[in-house]
Design a binder for this molecule. Structure first.
Ligand SMILES: [Zn+2]
Length: 445
């Protein structure tokens, strides 16, 4: 099979293929409705991806955590790459969050091209990168240009529901397929932010951790007509209010500091604790994402108690969504316990670790050089993501994880709003730019 692709097929560039692959992937509806939801089209997408790799002679393995929850793993380590170097994991997820078609200007699963952009669910999260990666790898194989080091290409299921059928499952059940990788590259980063008249490319080096909390108050059950000094509903309600209104102090993570320093330099201002919010406001919609990573956050989101109005229940419970700064998990939990007080117990019902990787590495320098070669004057900065990605799973195997999906974006595009948003779309120019940067990156990484 290898060697089958000959000069007959060279000449097709990644830029010629990337839009078509992105549209094909968008047309495969891989909506992820969460646990118990109907199995998505992940299997169809996985077969499509495996087919594109197979066409250029890259063998892949598809493994399913459950029927149709398919993950594709393909080692790409051709003759000419330096096999003394540890492999680099490059990953993209194949699932998407659902889309309500009636809210959209186009059919979210049509992959329509309009106003110079590819529209559809997954256009930026993250079938854009899946397509860029496939297009670039295919071009390089056709041109017999190996990557600098061995690569593991991984396309996962279930990222949008925590990866328990995808990356998390792979790490627990097939760690051998990826465990020799020392670094991982995937979402969410590499896109440009226009600051003044310069472009800053954000490299994701860290992710907040997640702790879903259950707050439990026990009290004395009894008749609603009598005095009750130990009412669980009252205790719980007070604790929930304290937690929801608590103003978490700023804790600037080093990734966040790097971001603020770069922005400050580009704007010619010194950003201190008192001017963070004001500076973020000048950056437009990115402030929604970056603003949430200045501190821990907790949002109460569920309440449950009682079954009849004249019966005081013996227990009341609440749910809250906690997100903590990486590396500060224990102090976060301790602070939550202090806020809710001794009468309310705190249980963690679901937890995902925070992730952090160093910024001053050769891999990040390879990102910077690849970007600067295609966008002279481009600067980079680290940043801390408020949400979670498959990086959390890979980091359990000790990998340093980075978000690097290179996209040069128009200054006026609300890119942050595209993630899980209505009318999600990616400019065709940005996809083509991303292919060129990714191609350079594979020579340097
Ligand atoms: Zn994503």
């Amino acid at each position: 099979m290898i060697g089958f692709m000959t000069t007959a097929t060279t000449g097709i560039m990644a830029a010629d293929e990337v839009v078509g692959i992105a549209r094909d992937l968008i047309r495969i509806d891989t909506s992820n409705y969460g646990p118990g939801g109907d199995g998505p089209g992940e299997r169809v997408a996985a077969e499509y991806v495996a087919g594109l790799l197979d066409e250029v002679g890259i063998a892949s393995t598809t493994v399913e955590s459950e029927s149709r929850r398919a993950n594709v793993i393909a080692p790409w380590e051709p003759e000419g790459c330096d096999k003394s170097l540890p492999p680099l994991l490059i990953h993209g997820h194949l699932d998407v969050v659902p889309a309500q078609a009636s809210d959209w200007s186009v059919d979210p699963f049509s992959g329509e091209i309009r106003d110079g952009a590819v529209w559809g669910r997954g256009a930026v999260d993250m079938k854009d990168f899946d397509a860029m990666l496939l297009a670039v790898v295919r071009q390089r194989v056709r041109e017999n240009r190996p990557p600098r080091r061995p690569i593991r290409l991984v396309f996962t299921a279930d990222e949008e529901s925590g990866g328990r059928q995808g990356a998390v499952w792979l790490v627990r059940n097939h760690p051998d397929l990826v465990a020799d990788c020392t670094e991982a590259v995937g979402e969410v980063g590499g896109f440009s932010l226009t600051v003044g008249d310069q472009r800053l490319y954000l490299i994701q080096t860290a992710e907040k951790g997640l702790a879903w909390l259950r707050l439990i108050a026990d009290g004395m059950a009894g008749h609603g007509s009598m005095r009750n000094a130990d009412n669980a509903v009252t205790e719980l309600a007070e604790a929930v209010a304290m937690l929801g209104r608590y103003e978490w102090p700023y804790q600037i993570h080093e990734a966040q500091q790097g971001f603020l320093d770069a922005v400050g330099e580009m704007l010619g201002v010194k950003i201190g604790p008192g001017s963070v919010e004001e500076t973020l406001a000048r950056l437009g919609s990115i402030s929604r994402m970056v603003g949430a990573t200045m501190s821990h956050t907790v949002n109460p989101s569920m309440l449950e108690a009682g079954y009849k109005v004249n019966v005081i229940p013996g227990q009341a419970t609440a749910g809250a969504d906690g997100r903590f700064i990486p590396g500060r998990r224990d102090e976060f939990i301790a602070q939550v316990e202090e806020i809710v007080g001794p009468k309310v117990r705190v249980e963690i019902t679901h937890e995902q670790t925070g992730v952090e990787a160093p910024f001053g590495t050769d891999l990040v320098e390879a990102m910077r050089r690849s970007l600067a070669a295609e966008d002279p004057g481009a600067r980079i900065a680290p940043y801390l993501l408020s949400a979670g990605t498959d990086a959390k799973a890979w980091s359990e195997l000790g990998m340093n994880c980075y978000g690097f999906v290179p996209l040069r974006l128009p200054a006026d595009l609300d890119f942050v709003g595209m993630f899980h948003g209505v009318d999600e779309r990616v400019p065709v120019d940005s996809l083509e730019f991303g292919c060129r940067v990714l191609d350079r990156f594979l020579d340097l990484a």
